[in-house]
Design a protein around this ligand. Sequence first.
Ligand code: 5GP
Ligand code: MN
Length: 318
Amino acid sequence: MTLDDIYSEMSNAKSVAVMAHIGPDGDAIGSCLAMGLAARDLGIETVDVLMKEYPKNFSYLPGIELIKEEPTLEEYDMAIVLDCPDIQRVHKDFWTVFDNANVKVEFDHHNKNAMFGDYNIVDSSSPACAQILVSSFEYLKIELTKDIMTCLLTGIITDTGGFRNSNITEATFDFAGYALSKGLNVSKIYREALTTMPKSKFEIHKIATSRIEFLYDGKVTYTYVTKEDDESVGVEPGDHEGIVEIGRDIEGVEVSIFICEKEEGFKASLRSNDYVNVSEICTTFGGGGHVKAAGATLTHDLEESKNLILKEVEKHLK
Ligand code: 5GP
Ligand code: MN
């Protein structure tokens, strides 16, 4: 079984680099820190979680000190990539770290995974990469310490939208119940991971909310923010998180679209409620994700990007 092989590789490794997708969310960070802490508990001497930036609201997470903006070694014994369907989604500065590692491992829950590791643990039915780590750690008898559980629960809470998304499973609640029974303050972790926001986040949400347009008989919502908007409120990493869900949560809406201007182009986030596969839509623009949550970056201008996405969404509406 692949998991046993990964465990024996970890038992022999002296150094490991852990990484996730660019623009890390709670699942990416929570999974990375949980894996980093587990690697440290297994006695691996050098454990680096490579990440350029992360939302500051996750600073409470145990193991946050493992995060490094640059690799500390030329070559690691192992590279472990989490919550990421292909290596292109990892920050390009870390590609050589991955290439140079003796053993390459990935754990992921995206539905179009490139299986780019020597060992790939991929389960697209899992609502969070962190939930795959829960069952993997249990199988391998890696101790679920309170610190590790805090990171894993953070990943699960954020990727399930606070236990609300339709991808939740029995195991989601089993783990939350287990964490509670072991003394974790689930309610506090929930607030820190998901609901408490810095003022800049509130301000950018306010701008995006005020611009929501209803299209196709109210089945689609669209909104956007520009770099100028971001500058006007002093946006920090993670502040756009949750904007796309505002439209999705309005009665009658099937697809919510949020476009955000970035250095590299216009980043679109799509969410659906019931029957539209937004991952398929985003794949046509070179992106991807999950059936009900996906994204892509377009290099057209804002109006054109909006119209291209709307045209694609229209094909999927009933
Ligand atoms: P979000 O809209 O929150 O950025 O992303 C929703 C989901 O789609 C996440 O699972 C994320 O990893 C995925 N996703 C977002 N943008 C892209 C992209 O450009 N390419 C791919 N392959 N997946 C993306
Ligand atoms: Mn995830």
